[in-house]
Design a protein around this ligand. Structure first.
Ligand code: PLP
Length: 339
């Protein structure tokens, strides 16, 4: 298969698996797993936060953060195409009882003015605006990187309005590699932030959520309550530590491959538009007189190429460590045969 469905489709490399073989293990539920403790300390430092907790998935990071920052009936401000809205199974409503305030944006990025405009005045009739969520990079906007100034200013606007702030950093390290701006700079001002290990970093499991000591101790309570506390997680976190040491810089290769694909797809008649490519995600719109996105995905699958359908006429292609130029050639060749 030529897997362009998502950067979650990577398999751990042999070297990564070997890193897990000789690791000393302990019970993470009692903070006794050495690799897990080391990973949490490293990620907290990378994000400029006091503490961190290892969790099974990015979704759990987002859902725990929302639950810690809000009370039922509160409202959460975010972009309309946030992962939290379209792909977390209604978690904010089911788990935290909050309302979402989805805002239309240019390339998945809010502005300070939008935050000010959408924060509701205190009133017994209205929900309480309580939390700002930001996604760096913005997935459905094509892995778009919020400029640092705009991100900081948006967080400042939320803080001035009394909101808590949370950063979904599923692909924050892609932003770091694309711009040379450290993850901690992007996370500055946020009350909580996380990074994923199962995407560009190539691990099979895991994400780390960071924040203040108080925030993390509340997050730990929900991690236990929701069944996310584990035992000898060193077999997982040794792979995450390996990824921090060996797989961050290589994200630049994924970005270059995405550019290569973008240029090649532009030449096809079936493609009408490609969103700007900042990192490892290519979002392409299909020409109005051709097949729709579902049909294209179906035809590509028959040629062993996977992509994601993200709109009636919009597809997403994601590059990662398990695809290379030969896979990109197969993708473009398959796209050229779509009828
Ligand atoms: C922007 C964003 N946030 C959150 C997640 C959820 O991460 P996980 O798949 O680890 O639950 C994803 C997954 O692709 C994502 O793209």
């Amino acid at each position: 298969m030529h897997e362009f469905y998502s950067d979650t489709q990577t398999r751990p490399t042999r070297a990564m698996r070997e890193a897990a073989l000789n690791v000393t293990l302990g019970d993470e539920r009692h903070n006794e797993d050495p690799s897990t403790n080391e990973l949490c300390a490293r990620v907290a430092e990378m994000l400029g936060m006091e503490a961190a907790v290892f969790l099974p998935s990015g979704t759990m990071c987002n859902e725990i953060a929302i639950a810690v920052h809000t009370r039922p009936g509160d409202e959460v401000i975010c972009t309309r195409e946030s992962h939290i809205i379209f792909a977390e199974s209604g978690g904010p409503a089911a788990l935290s009882g909050v309302m979402m305030c989805p805002i239309d944006t240019d390339r998945g990025m809010l502005t300070p003015n939008q935050v000010t405009e959408y924060v509701r005045p205190a009133s017994a009739h209205a929900p309480r605006s309580r939390l700002l969520l930001a996604e760096q990079t913005a997935n459905l906007a094509g892995g778009a990187v919020w400029p640092l100034e705009q991100l900081n200013a948006t967080v400042d606007a939320a803080k001035s309005a009394g909101l808590s702030t949370h950063l979904d950093g599923a692909r924050l390290l892609n932003a770091q590699v694309a711009t040379g701006i450290a993850a901690a700079e992007y996370a500055r001002g946020f009350d909580s932030a996380w990074i994923a290990f199962t995407k560009g970093l190539g691990c099979p499991v895991g994400a780390v959520l960071a924040g203040s000591h108080d925030f993390i101790s509340e997050a730990w309570l929900l991690k236990r309550r929701w069944g996310g506390a584990m035992r000898q997680t060193g077999v997982l976190t040794a792979m995450c530590l390996y990824a921090l040491d060996h797989h961050i810089d290589r994200l630049a290769d994924d970005h270059a491959l995405a550019q290569f694909i973008g240029v090649r797809l532009c030449e096809l008649e079936t493609i009408s538009n490609i969103l700007p490519i900042d990192t490892n995600i290519v979002i392409a719109d299909l020409a109005p007189d051709g097949p729709d996105a579902r049909e294209v995905a179906k035809q590509l699958k028959r040629k062993n190429v996977t992509i994601t359908v993200v709109g009636p006429r919009r597809i997403r292609i994601v590059t990662h460590m398990d695809v290379d130029e030969a896979d990109a050639d197969a993708l473009v060749a398959a796209m050229a045969t779509v009828i």
